[in-house]
Design a protein. Structure first.
Length: 116
């Protein structure tokens, strides 16, 4: 069984920075990709960023490109989301997902609130 635990959320002012972490546990942890999603009230859940677990290749949704950076530490089984120059529109509950091709695992989420 795989468990994902996010941390690092909180309140930040626009233009500041915040780093989210998602730590995985479980002997069968072997994703092909790790994703960060966000869910804001009244909106659909959006894929924010993806990193391929082996190659490290990354993709971002257009609205965060150049401001957010996804990275991973394979030895620590942890994926990060560095949020630089966040905007109030980035306020949401952020959760990570491990995509294995067989089944997906989700964390419980961490709240990010960006004030202007």
């Amino acid at each position: 069984q795989v468990q994902l635990v996010e941390s690092g959320g909180g309140s930040v002012q626009a233009g500041g920075s915040l780093r989210l972490s998602c730590a995985a546990s479980g002997r069968t942890f072997n994703p092909f990709a790790m994703d960060w999603y966000r869910l804001a009230p009244g909106k659909d859940r959006d894929l924010v960023a993806r990193i391929m677990w082996i190659t490290g290749n990354t993709n971002y949704t257009k609205s965060v490109g150049g401001r957010f950076t996804i990275s991973r530490d394979r030895a620590k089984k942890t994926v990060y989301l560095q949020m630089d120059s966040p905007k109030p529109a980035d306020s949401a509950n952020y959760s990570c997902r491990a995509a294995s091709g067989v089944r997906d695992y989700w964390g419980q989420g961490t709240q990010v609130t960006v004030s202007s």
